[in-house]
Design a protein around this ligand. Sequence first.
Ligand SMILES: [Zn+2]
Length: 313
Amino acid sequence: MPGINELKRTLSASLCEGLLSHAVLIEGEKGTGRKELAIWLAKAILCKGEERPCGNCSVCRKVQSGNHPDVEIYGESGGARSFHIESIREIKNTLWLAPNESEQKIYILLNVENMTAEAQNALLKSLEEPPSHARFILTCDNRRSLLDTIISRSTVYSLEPPTREECALALREKFSGFSEKEAEIFAIAYGGNLGAAISAAEEEKNEIVFLAAKTPDLLKKGESYSLAAGLSSAVKTRADLSEYLERLMNITGRCGIDRAAGKNTPVRVSPIEAVKTSEIIERGKLAVLQNCSLELIESWLVMELSGVFGGNL
Ligand SMILES: [Zn+2]
């Protein structure tokens, strides 16, 4: 199974040759970048730039920000069986109307596995014989959760989880402000889960993520006060502190393992430091669940972590 970049190349080629199916189904586990690829494809179809999608034209920007009048997104949130027939009826009401400002209109149906059987059945006819101006891009976690008739009317592309390198590359494409190292840190901090990394960057968790990445180095330099100051600026809630602990766990864990294997890592952590850090983090997570004050947990954390990374308190 190919990763997201390989699929982009395949889809680009089909699009250029006019062979792209009017119903594309993107299959992949959570975090493989299904939605990312669906949006990318919508941009590629509508973009007016030379290399499609250019990412810079007004069409690309509108699609990316969810403001293009000819791109409708359904199924974004909600769990199993939350994707009802009402949404399909809504689609049918607009399907045959001409596009507003582009030559085509695109319906992006996310997490199709959440569709009720009734909704899937209602969608069939539109998938089979859409007007020439309409295209469907569907995403799902696993095609086995869909009706065979949906699958047979679509061209299925399966995404394999991105490697850490692919995750970092996709992040840099999406967030131009990220340096190579920052993108790598984000990819590690979210365990290569592109979807989670993108949401975090969009929710501006950068300060927390980069503070977690800087933590070992700050303490090795004896700058525990900088860590304390960083925590009090970045961490406002219990959820923030949990986020910091989770990212610190992933970063030190991954870098410790890679270092043991003799690989280069963006953060210097030895395997033994990684193990000790994970023990502290587990205790920290318990404290977050209990009623301890955030300030207290933060001071305790700085002290404990200083002990691991050789800071002098
Ligand atoms: Zn464009």
